[in-house]
Design a protein around this ligand. Structure first.
Ligand code: COS
Length: 388
């Protein structure tokens, strides 16, 4: 659907592609090996204005909307899933929670530094007893005059160890639950009682940093309550909608790279006196992957247009995330199969891509949760409320 993309955004794609090729791609293998982000690269992302792409210019963003964000995620996802995960945790959910739920003063206070990459964000929802069941969180916030005291722990937080600004969901009224009893807070690095717990060692996206976040009676000023007290669950759900779309875009990039690798190898690899591309078994893998990628591309960019034109998109974002993660996993798995033992070798990038792709079926809401969200939306007109 490139034909619907304005010139400004096409130029932006060109710029990001150059940046991704020159700055990100050469570090992809190294960040995977070291199991930690390259902080120089994270700073460069900020210096190039890439950490505030969708947000309005008045808050220091590039003003390129969701369309710009999806282009960014597609191009970065094409070369490095770890870097896409860092950007997704920052823009797609961390900063997005403040942008969607915060008041003008909070956006003025926090967004400029976050958009410039002077500060990095993380989104803190998941807890040991609350993964898919987001409303079951136990982190507690108790009012104390003009501040709130937060206690609890969050786990599997992407950017957790390197974040300066954390958007945190906590229970403020256990009797009300998700409907009015849960509030979102902006917690800042350096606040007494805030600490980084266990660092995760992961199968993939090893070039991103994931950790536990511990809140031990952290005093957070009321000015850091995102929006209204009790509105946090809805803000976090709306934030996840945009995050899931961006993740679908990153998967589109990864799948496209896999198809490119598959075709390139099939064209050059000779077996039984003919290139692999001459064999129908390989052609069908290529054809199925190309078909799925085109469907995903149409889905992602149509959904971005829906966001930018202020239409509801919860269902479409869940579809992008579900379909995108499965398309990327299938595409990379097929590319690995076409490459045979070379695909399995650590000397070649496909094994890393294969490990990296798996997380997209799990984080930002498992694919099982996406199916529940999609079924819920489908059944609404029939008067049935689908429950998890
Ligand atoms: N946008 C706006 N409002 C939403 C919403 C969305 N995307 N999703 C839910 N809500 C609203 C509901 O409409 C409901 O309000 P009303 O009863 O007034 O209509 C309220 O929030 C509670 O929703 P619901 O009853 O559906 O909540 P559940 O506890 O049943 O859980 C799911 C809903 C499963 C969708 C939610 O828990 C979820 O998304 N879980 C996955 C969490 C996740 O993605 N974790 C990843 C961690 S971050 S990387």
């Amino acid at each position: 659907m490139d034909f619907t993309i304005p010139k400004s955004h096409q130029l932006f794609r060109k710029m990001v592609r150059e940046f991704a090729t020159q700055e990100i791609a050469p570090r992809t293998r190294q960040v995977d090996r070291q199991g930690w982000p390259d902080m120089e690269l994270v700073h460069k992302l900020g210096e190039h204005g890439l950490l505030g792409i969708p947000f309005p210019q008045e808050y220091g963003g590039a003003g390129l909307g969701e369309l710009g964000y999806c282009i960014l995620m597609e191009e970065v996802g094409a070369v490095c899933t770890s870097t896409a995960a860092i950007i997704g945790a920052h823009i797609g959910i961390g900063v997005m929670a403040i942008y969607l739920g915060g008041n003008a003063e909070q956006k003025r206070r926090f967004l400029p530094d976050l958009c410039a990459g002077k500060k990095l964000a993380a989104f803190c929802l998941t807890e040991p007893n609350a993964g898919s069941d987001a409303a079951a969180i136990q982190t507690r916030a108790v009012r104390d005059g003009d501040r709130w005291i937060l206690s609890g722990s969050k786990i599997y937080i992407t950017n957790g160890p390197i974040a300066d600004v954390l958007t945190v969901l906590a229970v403020t009224d256990p009797a009300l639950g998700a409907r009015g009893g849960v509030t979102a807070f902006i917690v800042e690095k350096g606040m007494p009682g805030l600490s980084v717990g266990t660092i995760e060692h992961k199968l993939g996206i090893r070039g991103s940093a994931t950790s536990e976040i511990i809140l031990d009676e952290v005093a957070v000023p009321s000015a850091n309550v995102i929006g209204q007290v009790g509105a946090g669950f809805i803000t976090f759900m709306q934030t996840l909608d945009t995050g899931r779309l961006g993740l679908g875009a990153a998967c589109l990039g990864g799948a496209t790279t896999a198809l490119d690798m598959m075709c390139r190898y099939a064209a050059g690899r000779m077996q039984f006196g003919r290139p692999l591309a001459d064999k129908q078994a390989i052609q069908w893998l290529i054809a199925d992957t190309a078909t799925e990628i085109e469907a995903l591309r149409a889905l992602v960019y149509r959904t971005a247009w829906m966001v930018d034109t202020h239409q509801p998109f919860t269902r479409e974002a869940a579809i992008c995330k579900l379909f995108g993660s499965e398309v990327a996993s299938r595409a990379i798995n097929r590319a690995l199969q076409v490459h045979g033992a070379l695909g399995y070798s650590c000397a070649f990038p496909l094994e890393r891509m294969w490990r990296d792709a798996r997380i997209a079926e799990i984080f930002e809401g498992t694919n099982e949760i996406q199916r529940i969200v999609i079924a819920e939306q489908a059944m609404r007109p029939y008067g049935v409320r689908v429950r998890p």
